[in-house]
Design a protein around this ligand. Sequence first.
Ligand code: PLP
Length: 374
Amino acid sequence: MKAGGDIMAWADPFFPDPSIPESVKKVLHEAVDQGFASHYSMPIGDLLLRKTLAAYITKRTGLTIDPSRNIIITPGSDSGLLFSMMPFINEGDEVLVPDPSYPSNFLNGKLLGAKTVPVPLFEEDNYQFRIEEFEKRLSPKTKMVLFCHPNNPTTTVFRRKSIEDLCEFVKKHDLILVSDQAFQDHIYDGIEFVHPAVLPGMWERTLTVCSISKGIGLSGFRIGYIYANDVIMDVLYGAAVNVLGASSTLSTIGAIAAIEDTEHLQQNYIKLEKRRRLAYEILHDIPGVRMKMSESGILSWLNISKLGSSEEVVSRLMSEAKILVNQGNPYGEQGKGYIRIVTGCFWDDEAAVERFKRIRSVLLDMAQERNLVN
Ligand SMILES: Cc1ncc(COP(=O)(O)O)c(C=O)c1O
């Protein structure tokens, strides 16, 4: 950032510090030396990566994933999210998207000529679903529910009841479910993570979209993946070369090594779990701020409505703490009055803690100005 500031607004683990594990560096060096990474990988993704990911998914879900029938590699999950909607969404259709949610998930339906219908989630419900809010917004044009699990920006892990209710709603109205699980690899406090695709009757109608950017910490490699049943996957396989081209061959080699390096994955988990606790300890008790301990991933979501609008607070943090965080507004109507901080950035805890303290100091000043400090 110009003027010597810090960016805590990219959902990118350890940004801006180097974070490629040694195991991955080694295979990348070897691949470059051998020279064959100059060539295309398959449009649906390299078979060994599909096999490695199929085993990874089976371990987590119990689903049987045929690497040649049920999984496709995408250049990051952003493209995977749009691709997963393309076979189902036509002009005039409607897509239900919980609000707040990842901004792209509001935009993708519109890119395909459909209407995005936000469905509010409420802080007082710990952002779990009220299915009546989905029912109220259903129309004959509704084709799909697209949701982010765990949720970006709130970090919410949808509990079994929420997921079961949502899946019943999807089945009852014959809809397609796209489950954006970019943050699924880091779930804290032993909270159960329920995969919608495993629930009865859901394998036929669910596309699960995942990424190595967050949990595996390799956002720059641009590798995502979608898994679904073979009827759905036939359509995606058929269109892969036209829409995706192919993912990077070099990144594919690195991704396989990273997924197999369970020690590295475990270390990332320990580091990021500690980080969300440090953020909570430093920020949660500021007068006028409401913050819960993050349930997943690398983000913190703060209600700052007593201190000012999202714009005002972000602007003060920029000018006084020299730190860029996200306004809540782009995450939907329900994001107004909130800010999102990427607490999982920087490699060293001390570097992150120093920034959390700078944020605290500005928010405390704002609380004082509003006579919120005793
Ligand atoms: C919820 C969510 N889904 C998907 C993505 C896309 O990530 P990538 O394209 O790096 O896989 C992001 C990126 O921030 C995200 O936050």
